[in-house]
Design a protein around this ligand. Structure first.
Ligand code: PLP
Length: 382
C-alpha cells in the first residue's frame, strides 16, 4: 500500500503517507458556494494547495470553480500547465522584474497594487501584443498588499489611459480582510467602508470593474456584506475552519481532506522512569508501551508538538512522548500494538483533527497542513 511499483521495480517507498480525499474537497467547495449565495468562487490553491498537492487539487476543482488563485506568479504559471487553457487564474505576488510577459502569454490575470506593477504590466502587454487582465488592489486595513486609498484615483487614471490603448483591461477591484475570522471585531465593517471609498475613487476616474472581491474563507462564511461579486476561499476547501473558536469544521459541515498516517517501525515495553527522546524532557510514570513513528520535523511535523501532539493507534488516542526529532518521534501505544500497525496523526471523523494539532502546538490549522514536507507522498482518492 505504501509502495508504488512499475514492472516490478520499486519507484517510491516511504513508511508514511498523506491520503487526500478529492471528493471531500469538491464537497467543501459546494458547501462554501452554498454559504456564499450568488457570489462567484475563486478557489485558492497556493502553497501546493495548502500542502494537498496543487495539480491534483486544481484539476478536481477547476470544473466547479469560477477562478483558480495562486499567490506566487511562479505557482500560477505551473498551475496553467496543470489545468490547461480555459480556467481563469489570478495571481497576486511578484516583485519588480518578474516574468510578466510569460504570465500574459499563459493568460494569467495579474493583481496591480503598486505603480511599478502597473508600469511593468503595461510593458509586458506591449511586448507580447496581448491585453493584460488586471485586478486593481487596494489596501483597506492590513498594511500589506495594495494601493493606499489616497493613491487609488491616480492609479485608476493611469490604468484608464492604458486601457484606452488596449494594453490592459481592469476586470477586478479587490482587497483582503485582516480579521474576518473574528466576526465581532468591527474591523471587517471598517474595511468594507474603505473598500466602498476605493470603489468610488476608481469610478470617478472611469474605472468600474465587473468583479469586486474582498472575502476569503472567514469573510465568505461570516460577513455577508463582504461577499460582493466573488469570494476567495482557501482553508475551507481543505475542510478546516478559519477559526475553530467561532465554529469548528464539523459545525461548518466541512470534511478534512488530508489524512496523515505512518507505519509504526518499532514497539517496546519500558519500565517506569524511562527517559524519552532528545533532552530527556519527559520520563514514563509507569511501565509503558512505546512506539516509534517515522515522521519528524523533516517532514513538517512541528517540533512544538513534542509531548503534546495527538495520535491514534489501534483506535486509541495517545500522544507524542518527548521531543519530535527530524525523522521520527516516540508515542504511547496500546498493549496490542505492533510494528507495522498504522498510527494516524490527523484526518476526518474520529481521528484527531489538524485543528486539534494546531491547538496543541500553538498555531493554526493552515500551518499544520501547509507545512507537511515534500518528502511525504500524497495519495489521492475520490
Ligand atoms: C490565502 C488567501 C486567500 C484564502 O484565505 P483562506 O483564509 O485560506 O480562505 C484569499 N485571498 C488571498 C489574497 C489570500 O492570500
Amino acid at each position: 500500500m505504501r509502495t508504488h511499483s512499475a514492472g516490478g521495480i520499486v519507484i517510491s517507498y516511504y513508511p508514511a503517507e498523506a491520503r487526500i480525499d478529492l471528493s471531500a474537497i469538491r464537497s467543501n467547495l459546494s458547501s462554501v458556494r452554498e454559504a456564499a449565495g450568488e457570489a462567484a468562487v475563486l478557489a485558492v490553491v497556493k502553497a501546493d494547495a495548502y500542502g494537498h498537492g496543487r495539480a491534483e487539487v486544481a484539476r478536481a476543482l477547476a470544473p466547479a470553480a469560477d477562478y483558480l488563485g495562486a499567490a506566487q506568479l511562479g505557482e500560477a504559471l505551473a498551475l496553467r500547465e496543470e489545468v490547461g487553457p480555459g480556467p481563469r487564474i489570478l495571481t497576486w505576488i511578484f516583485a519588480p522584474g518578474a516574468p510578466l510577459a510569460q504570465a500574459l502569454r499563459a493568460d494569467v490575470e495579474l493583481s496591480a497594487g503598486a505603480f511599478w506593477a502597473i508600469d511593468e504590466i503595461a510593458r509586458a502587454a506591449r511586448e507580447t501584443g496581448t491585453t493584460a487582465k488586471v485586478h486593481l488592489k487596494v489596501d483597506t486595513g492590513m498594511a500589506r498588499g495594495g494601493f493606499n486609498l489616497a493613491d487609488v484615483a491616480e492609479a485608476s487614471r493611469r490604468l484608464r489611459a492604458l486601457q484606452a490603448d488596449g494594453l490592459l483591461a481592469v476586470v477586478g477591484l479587490w482587497s483582503h480582510l485582516a480579521r474576518a475570522d473574528e466576526p465581532e471585531s468591527g474591523a471587517t465593517e471598517r474595511q468594507i467602508e474603505r473598500f466602498e471609498q476605493a470603489r468610488a475613487a476608481a469610478r470617478s476616474e472611469g474605472i468600474e470593474p465587473e468583479i469586486l472581491h474582498l472575502a476569503a474563507s472567514g469573510g465568505a462564511l461570516w460577513h455577508p456584506a463582504a461577499r460582493y461579486d466573488m469570494v476567495r476561499p482557501g482553508i475551507v476547501l481543505y475542510g478546516l475552519s478559519p477559526n475553530p473558536e467561532v465554529a469548528t469544521a464539523r459545525e461548518l459541515g466541512l470534511t478534512p481532506a488530508m489524512e496523515l498516517s505512518a507505519s509504526l517501525i518499532l514497539e517496546r515495553g519500558v519500565p517506569a522512569q524511562t527517559p524519552i527522546s532528545y533532552g530527556h524532557t519527559e520520563k514514563t510514570e509507569a511501565p509503558t508501551r512505546l512506539g516509534v513513528v517515522p515522521l519528524g520535523y523533516g517532514d513538517g511535523i512541528p517540533r512544538a508538538a513534542s509531548g503534546v501532539g495527538p495520535v491514534s493507534v489501534g483506535g486509541v488516542r495517545t500522544r507524542i512522548r518527548g521531543r519530535v526529532c527530524m525523522d521520527q518521534f516516540v508515542v504511547d501505544v496500546p498493549e496490542a500494538a505492533t510494528a507495522g500497525d498504522t498510527a494516524f496523526l490527523f484526518g476526518a471523523g474520529d481521528l484527531p483533527s489538524a485543528d486539534e494539532w494546531a491547538q496543541a502546538c500553538g498555531t493554526i490549522g493552515y500551518e499544520i497542513v501547509t507545512r507537511l514536507g515534500a518528502r511525504v507522498p500524497r495519495r489521492y482518492h475520490g
